[in-house]
Design a protein around this ligand. Structure first.
Ligand SMILES: NC(=O)c1ccc[n+]([C@@H]2O[C@H](COP(=O)([O-])OP(=O)(O)OC[C@H]3O[C@@H](n4cnc5c(N)ncnc54)[C@H](OP(=O)(O)O)[C@@H]3O)[C@@H](O)[C@H]2O)c1
Length: 425
């Protein structure tokens, strides 16, 4: 007797949707019965695609009584939220890759899913093809996770790697990345750290079993990182990466953020280059682990989406309460620490007048603001009688550093603070 096929509805047949469609072709127990797209007339280079199941009305997918699982692969907030909500209320399980929606309205979506006894799986929404959501929820469930440091955005990692390798400026590398299709025409979501912030919000929520509000996630992009900073970092034994991090302190305060960081050459993350992503996680009892791989792209992302589909499909019809470990059952909102109250090490590049007493002046300003220095190096005395001075501090409070930067900018010895980048500890 032939077993019942699991019926899938796809909403979106772009980069990810196409990869999912092609991958699912080899699974006999799965049937894609409807696909929604925006433009029905678009030429699609997908072998064997049945045009008859394509619609430009995504509500036909969420309202189709035949469909068991709806895959939302259009991205953005609306109509994605409304479609998922209606699909759940119509009894569908959901697979999505939509990091923005999860970070901004995950709380509501998961509550609706629980109320209707449906599951939402979203492996592809964090780090594309790297399996991290499922491991954190299942095989790592016995851990108390204290820290995550991750490279979660391929575009920015590509730009920073190219700047490092070529010694080129941010603007030049961004232009090249856009020409090669590694960066969008409007790159804001990537280069200003929004994309990584959405992903770390979701990952930290799972890791700490408390909901992190996106508004409490500090975010700074890579647009101010200079080729000179890359060189200085190299001289000091570091690489500069856009790091999404999450820490939980002993008092239960979460510190979740995205910003450029000097990463020691001894660290695995320093060697994650171009579009590759990686997640380093510290927990007890596992210790320290790093997973790395493709964070985006048609097939890597499809790998995660299809894995989620098959997990749901395997349990459909076998139980009234599917995948209990994959559900979002933490309701408590995490207390988050303000960036101003965090302790960090800093790299500072200061352009100073080439006068006697400059180094002393920098040291005094730091001391007045409770900042101790690990190293201070003067370089590049230029024809206009200015010099770039590179400083690495010891651990100090962000608010003290912000006050020190204001004082540097008012000092008669100093022209400007070129860069302020936090250093991995
Ligand atoms: N691309 C990646 O590598 C990657 C990695 C991880 C996660 N994601 C996430 O996966 C999702 C999809 O990304 P993508 O790169 O595949 O996007 P994409 O290439 O732009 O594809 C979007 C698809 O959605 C369809 N669509 C848009 N609005 C629609 C609407 N209102 N009704 C019906 N269909 C609609 C489009 O139709 P047309 O084809 O007719 O335009 C297209 O097929 C996003 O949430 C993204 O953040 C992407």
């Amino acid at each position: 007797m032939e077993s019942k096929k699991i019926k899938i509805g796809l909403i979106g047949l772009g980069t990810v949707g196409s990869g999912v469609y092609k991958t699912l072709q080899s699974f006999d127990n799965i049937e894609i019965v409807k696909i929604a797209v925006k433009n029905k007339n678009k030429k699609r280079n997908i072998e064997g695609l049945d045009e008859n199941i394509i619609t430009d009305n995504p509500y036909e997918v969420v309202e189709d009584p035949e469909i068991d699982i709806v895959c939302e692969l259009i991205g953005g907030m609306e109509p994605a939220f409304d479609l998922i909500e209606k699909a759940i209320k119509n009894g569908k399980h959901i697979v999505t890759a939509n990091k923005e929606l999860l970070a901004k309205r995950g709380v509501e979506i998961f509550d609706i899913a629980e109320a209707y006894n449906r599951v939402i799986l979203y492996e592809a929404a964090v780090a594309g093809g790297i399996p991290i959501i499922m491991p954190v929820k299942t095989i790592l469930a016995g851990n108390k996770i204290s820290k995550i440091e991750a490279i979660l955005n391929g575009t920015t990692n590509y730009i920073l790697t190219k700047m490092d390798v070529q010694g080129a400026s941010y603007d030049d590398v961004l232009k090249e990345a856009q020409e090669l299709g590694y960066a969008e025409t409007d790159p804001t979501g990537d280069v200003e750290g929004f994309d990584a912030a959405y992903k770390i919000t979701t990952l930290a929520t799972l890791a700490f079993k408390k909901r992190i509000n996106l508004e409490n996630v500090y975010r700074e992009g890579i647009t101010k990182v200079r080729a000179e900073d890359m060189n200085a970092a190299n001289d000091l034994g570091y690489k500069i990466k856009l790091i999404a991090s999450a820490k939980m302190d002993e008092n239960g305060y979460a510190d979740v953020r995205v910003h450029p960081m000097l990463i020691s050459n001894q660290s695995t993350l320093a060697h994650i280059n171009y579009v590759t992503n990686a997640v380093s996680l510290t927990g007890h009892p596992v210790g320290h682990i790093t997973l790395s791989g493709p964070g985006a792209g048609e097939f890597p992302t499809a790998s995660s989406v299809v894995g989620d589909i098959l997990s749901i499909a395997a349990e459909l019809g076998t139980t009234d309460y599917l995948l209990p470990m994959m559900r979002c059952n933490h309701k408590e909102i995490a207390n988050c620490i303000n960036i101003l109250d965090t302790q960090n090490k800093y790299y500072l590049s200061i352009n100073a007048k080439n006068h006697k007493g400059v180094i002393g002046n920098i040291g005094n300003i730091c001391a007045e603001n409770n900042i101790s220095l690990e190293s201070i190096v003067q370089k590049n005395v230029s024809d206009n009688k200015t010099a770039d001075i590179t400083v690495i501090t010891e651990l100090c409070l962000e608010k003290d550093m912000q006050n020190a930067v204001k004082a540097f900018e008012q000092s008669e010895f100093i022209n400007k603070v070129n860069s302020l980048i936090r250093v991995q500890v």
